[in-house]
Ligand binder design. Structure first.
Ligand code: C2E
Ligand code: MG
Ligand code: MG
Ligand code: MG
Length: 294
């Protein structure tokens, strides 16, 4: 009897794997079509705000894929497929183009944008000619390098520190800023962090989530990363902030920037444009127009 169940369980398992493999293959084919034809892809923008003033200071660009039949698919689902298949290279270029195109549009409309962070997969980062692509796209859209930053995870640089540092240095010499994403979940040693030419640490959502809970030591990691950021002169961002309580606690740890549902979900470009225009800015478009006409 047990043997019988065991065999059934095995069959079920096998079947799952087959379904999974087929799904991935289908998704890869669909994604390839999407990348080639360019429709169905869109960027969402999520606000990063100053913990001290609440002001909008930056944005993270997050890729959205509207699948022709399945609807919206999460990047956590399709980015791994893109990475495995190599599609991440043309897809990443599309992301760069969409973000730079958006920044160009804002500037043409007289709207002062905030710096926009772009996520990089390891494969993109290590792709030969990646920096040349960045330079070419920046110049095509006439966007300053300081208008964008790149986010990469610790694992991207794993085992290849020296070469990685070289690429990071070149990006920063251009004027682009660099953030380490999901910090605390990877395997990088702290001494190695000291060597990295980066600007920002983003504390992973998993450490924000437990803040204020009962578990002993909650906050200890945030406190440690905060100390590290201060010593290394890095900007510190907390990801995944959903409650006022978390916001308050993060203040006691001197976290400078907040990103999370509390201060804004990822939103389409029209909604983010509204958010940009709602800022109390020194150079509002109408003021600019008035100044030039007087
Ligand atoms: P990430 O770079 O760590 O992005 C943050 C993720 O956390 C986003 O998920 C965002 O929607 C979500 N998030 C933000 N605030 C909150 C919050 O308060 N609570 C919760 N529960 N979640 C929050 P999203 O957009 O689904 O993206 C998932 C991941 O996919 C990203 O994680 C990033 O690693 C990857 N990704 C997204 N866009 C791109 C892209 O253009 N290129 C590459 N290579 N990867 C991308
Ligand atoms: Mg990110
Ligand atoms: Mg993150
Ligand atoms: Mg992530």
């Amino acid at each position: 009897r047990a043997k019988q169940e065991g065999r059934n369980a095995y069959r079920l398992y096998r079947c799952d794997i087959d379904v999974q493999a087929r799904d991935h293959l289908t998704m890869e084919t669909d994604l390839r079509n999407t990348v080639e034809h360019g429709d169905g892809l869109e960027m969402a923008y999520q606000p990063l705000v100053s913990r001290q003033t609440g002001a909008l200071v930056s944005a993270e660009a997050l890729l959205r894929w509207h699948h022709p039949t399945r609807g919206l698919i999460s990047p956590d689902e399709f980015i791994p497929v893109a990475e495995r298949s190599g599609l991440i290279i043309p897809l990443g270029e599309r992301v760069l183009e969409m973000v730079l195109g958006q920044i160009r549009t804002w500037q043409d409309q007289g709207i002062q944008p905030v710096p926009v962070a772009i996520n990089l997969s390891a494969r993109q980062f290590w792709q030969e000619g990646f920096i040349d692509t960045v330079i070419a796209k920046l110049s095509h859209y006439k966007v300053a390098p300081s208008a964008i930053s790149f986010e990469l995870t610790e694992s991207t640089l794993l085992n290849k520190q020296a070469q990685g540092i070289e690429i990071l240095q070149r990006l920063r010499q251009l004027g682009c800023r660099i953030a380490i994403d999901d910090f605390g979940t990877g395997y990088s040693s702290l001494s190695y962090l000291q060597e990295l030419p980066i600007d920002t640490l983003k504390i992973d959502r998993s450490f924000t989530r437990t803040l204020g809970g009962e578990k002993r030591g909650n906050g200890a990691i945030v406190a440690a990363v905060s100390g590290l950021a201060r010593e290394l002169d890095l900007c510190l961002v907390a990801e995944g902030v959903e409650t006022q309580e978390q916001w308050d606690i993060l203040g006691t740890y001197q976290v400078e920037m907040i990103q999370g549902f509390l201060t804004g979900h990822p939103m389409n470009s029209d909604d983010f444009t509204q958010r940009l225009m709602a800022r109390p800015s020194k150079v509002l478009p109408y003021q600019k127009a008035r100044n030039t006409s007087s």
